[in-house]
Design a protein around this ligand. Structure first.
Ligand code: GDP
Length: 433
């Protein structure tokens, strides 16, 4: 789907708008998986059109006294990575010098830019908003992030402005994205696979390379590798903005079928890596975890187990994700990593026939029915896998609203136990029958 970035100087209300736009969905995600949520990235939809939303402000450290330079950088990254940009200004503050700087960058952009004037809570402010014409970005949208007025019109305009993305990519080959934090070894891994120094790999985080996709065939199986390591515009971005790598990851994850999540074994499966993991999960992508730089780890016969346990604890309840221990440097198990991605790709397109599904699941449900909730007993009568690109299941019952998340997780675990969905997120719906 399309990527929309919200830019603007601090305190104009970016995150309020962001939260408003993703609220409904995000609430659902939180309720089902209980994951730490990444508040600066979310999926949103309006009139049935889905898009990803990024609040660039969230990625600036100490955003209260942010430097102008920092904002410019964010805007440039957003321009590079997003399909449309919401540029937010604040009617209370009026046109500021920083707004003018940002507008200057955005006027050159060949993508939809929507100027959003925030804090327009009354008609006087509506009148004040005209001064933003001076930014040279044309029509603007007035909203009140606080009470939500104007957001409907803004969303209508945004959806209208978003480019129509063809569902299919350039070819129908499976797409594997190599994602992870800067310096995890993504470029090295891809180099190792390709077997030639197509990319420059150095000790400096995120060095330059020149293409995104590499068509690859091994094992009689063709696929595309989507690399996030970095078309990094050296002159623009010097340091390691986490924001940058998240942008990159979002882009790559959106465009792939399976994510190879590379992390540096010497640094651990930290919060930032987990964020990328949940990004992939939320986007219903297959996942393989690659523990890289395995050559640097001092090992005994328990080390693998310990690593696995440590990771699986962080990704509950989605714990049947394959973990492969690799070294991009010594090439240890790098083909195993690809083989595993191929398996996950196949698992993702697993289709369970309705009769088989019911044969397995109905006795399980009978044996352990949903517990009473508010005095109501729910009877699940039937289930089916939906005909979608990734696994989604509908369970039909009399009172879907009385089924709780723990029972959903129970069903997910049983599905995982009886069918092979290793590495593949599963979505479960309860529907009224
Ligand atoms: P990227 O930013 O994720 O693309 O990371 P790079 O591929 O640029 O790797 C970052 C640094 O880690 C470089 O200095 C690599 O040589 C080093 N590196 C990558 N993979 C391995 C590995 O498996 N073992 C060791 N020892 N070093 C590695």
């Amino acid at each position: 789907s399309n990527i929309v970035a919200i830019v603007g100087r601090p305190n104009v209300g970016k995150s309020t708008l962001f939260n408003r736009m993703i609220q409904r969905r995000e609430a659902i995600v939180d309720a089902t998986s209980g994951v730490t949520r990444d508040r600066h990235y979310g999926k949103s939809d309006w009139n049935g059109k889905e898009f990803s939303l990024i609040d660039t402000g969230g990625y600036v450290v100490g955003s209260d006294d942010i430097f102008e330079q920092e904002i410019d950088k964010q805007v440039e990254l957003a321009i590079d990575e997003a399909d449309a940009i919401l540029f937010m200004v604040d009617v209370e503050a009026g046109v500021t010098g920083m707004d003018e700087d940002v507008a200057k960058l955005l006027r050159k952009v060949n993508k939809p830019v929507l100027l959003v004037v925030n804090k327009v809570d009354n008609s006087m402010r509506e009148a004040q908003a005209v001064e933003f014409y001076s930014l040279g970005l044309g029509e603007y949208y007035t909203i009140s992030g606080m009470n939500g007025s104007g957001t409907g019109e803004l969303l209508d305009a945004l959806i209208e402005a978003l480019p129509d993305k063809p569902e299919e990519e350039e070819n129908d080959l499976p797409r594997f994205a190599v994602v992870g934090r800067p310096n995890a070894g993504k470029s090295s891994f891809i180099n190792a696979l390709i077997g030639e120094e197509r990319y420059i790999v150095t000790d400096i985080a995120g060095t330059t390379r020149d293409s995104i996709d590499t068509k690859y065939d091994r094992f009689g199986f063709e696929f595309n590798l989507v690399d996030t390591a970095g078309i990094r515009r050296k002159s623009k971005v010097k340091e390691d903005l986490e924001f940058y790598s998240v942008m990159r990851s979002v882009r790559a994850i959106e465009h792939c079928d399976v994510c190879l999540l590379v992390f540096d074994a010497t640094r651990g499966f930290d919060g930032q890596v987990q964020n990328i993991f949940w990004l992939a999960e939320r986007n219903h992508k297959g996942i393989v975890i690659l523990v890289n730089k395995w050559d640097l780890v001092e090992k005994d016969n328990r080390t693998v187990k310990e690593f696995e346990q440590m990771i699986r604890k962080e990704i509950e309840p989605f714990t049947d994700v394959p973990i492969v221990f690799i070294s991009a440097m010594t090439k240890q198990r790098i083909f195993k990593a690809i083989e595993t991605a191929v398996e996950v790709y196949k698992n993702r397109s697993n289709r369970i026939s309705t009769s088989k599904l019911n044969d397995v699941m109905l006795p399980i449900i009978e044996n352990q029915p949903p517990p009473a909730y508010k005095g109501k007993y729910v009877k699940i009568k039937f289930c089916t896998q939906l005909p979608t690109k990734y696994p989604q299941f509908a369970f039909f019952c009399n009172l879907p609203q009385y089924l709780r998340d723990p029972y959903k997780r129970f069903l997910e675990n049983k599905l995982r136990e009886h069918f092979n969905f290793n590495g593949v997120p599963i979505t479960i719906y309860f529907r009224k029958k």
